[in-house]
Ligand binder design. Structure first.
Ligand code: SF4
Length: 175
């Protein structure tokens, strides 16, 4: 069975992404790595949702490091970029690269990300970055297709989990 390491941006986006991957026959493990999230209290809220995702889907989720200084070092100079612009491309790349490296270390066949489930994110941009990093190891799945965004919100409501109203970084919070 093909093993996929799924980068998880938040629990809400994870529900339907995991459901879809499992439905397509993949063995899934999650990887929560998001040093972009601000402030740390928000990070904790999103992290707590992972326990419900673990219980409801039965998958294991690995937690990556959380050092926002690494994110700021890469992205702060692009603070005035609009959401979906150059700052987001660097933010996606940072998280996908870490996921790819872990997938290689743990001998997974593929890696991918829940990021494509958001209607605010351009899947084509994420696909290009993922392929540049990992070539054919990157699974270019648009999780928002097949009503993925609707489905993941249904599951988030069913499990009554915290749902944030901004993407994650301090600049998206200010908007
Ligand atoms: S808006 Fe979202 S994707 Fe863009 S830089 Fe901020 S946290 Fe990252």
């Amino acid at each position: 069975m093909n093993k996929v390491l799924l980068h998880i941006c938040c629990g809400v986006c994870a529900f339907a992404s995991i459901e879809r991957l499992k439905g397509e026959g993949y063995t899934v493990k999650g990887f929560f790595y998001n040093p972009n999230i601000h402030p740390s209290g928000e990070y904790e809220k999103r992290r707590e949702v992972l326990n419900i995702v673990r219980d409801s889907t039965g998958i294991e989720i690995i937690e990556g490091g959380y050092d926002p200084r690494e994110w700021f070092a890469l992205c702060e100079h692009l603070k005035d970029e609009p959401e979906g612009g150059a700052r987001c491309s660097i933010c996606y790349r940072m998280r996908l690269k870490e996921t790819f490296l872990l997938s290689k270390k743990l001998k997974f066949d593929y890696f991918t990300t829940t990021l494509t489930i958001s209607p605010h994110k351009k899947s084509r941009v994420i696909f290009d970055i993922g392929s540049q990093i990992g070539g054919d190891d990157f699974l270019a799945i648009d999780f928002k297709k097949k009503d993925g965004f609707k489905r993941t919100n249904e599951l988030a409501r069913k499990y009554n989990v915290y749902r944030q109203n901004y993407c994650g970084c301090v600049y998206s919070l200010r908007k």
